[in-house]
Write a protein that binds this ligand. Sequence first.
Ligand code: ADP
Ligand code: MG
Length: 263
Amino acid sequence: MRSTDRTTQTTITEESPVEASGLTKIYRIGRTLVTALSDVSLRIRKGEFLTIMGASGSGKSTLLHLLAGLTEPTSGKVLINGVNIADMSDSVKTQFRRRHIGVVFQAFNLIPTLTAEENIRLPSLIENGGKSVRPGVLDELMQTLEIRDRRHHRPDSLSGGEQQRVAIGRALVMEPALVLADEPTGNLDSENSTRLCKTLRELCDTRRRTIVVVTHESAVADWGDRCITLKDGRITGPRSTGKQERTRNGEETESLFAEKETP
Ligand code: ADP
Ligand code: MG
């Protein structure tokens, strides 16, 4: 990092773009305290496809929101390229997230008054003279996600699966270095689910994007380079993925993390 003002100049370029240490999140509901996440430490490498599994209520969404800087931890910190995102001002954090992080929310969070295409373009529409969508990306995304013929529909006239695909399109349209997706295949049929996993895998392998996917489905988790499991807000361990098996058997080379393209 050349600049002295690390909080405003951060981009995602280094080898360990995301590091969480001692992350704890405690919610207070009236007099009751709910520990959603407890002392979670995690390092995610650039170009890594990490999957997170765990039962409902185990803290997966909370972890993803903390990694995105959407929620403040009760204790612990999230470093992006060594910068504590809690040290960024709200406006810097928002701009940083818009440019470098694509988030797929479990509840989609689409804007009801905008069409599918407008929802996907939203990050560029609010960029205000900054980064715009690279020509061809929008069309390619709509093609891959099979929502081209629904582009003029508003969310209330889209099926759950179509809404989910629009939410995925919105997260990918700015070609972010880091993609955080919360159960992105939850409403997809197996064909669309596989297509999405392949797309994410390709983004890692050919573009060195860093991807974190929370999922209930082991078939989805197996697309990752590494899978961790959460239970009661704690990491309970690595879970083997097909990828890890293939790597051990020597069918995959170690070039996965070698330099391919600097985003
Ligand atoms: P998962 O995504 O694995 O289903 P969550 O991260 O959503 O789990 O939730 C973990 C725990 O934290 C659950 O017990 C949930 O009820 C609680 N929780 C999550 N968000 C909130 C909130 N905003 N207020 C209070 N409790 C919450
Ligand atoms: Mg969740």
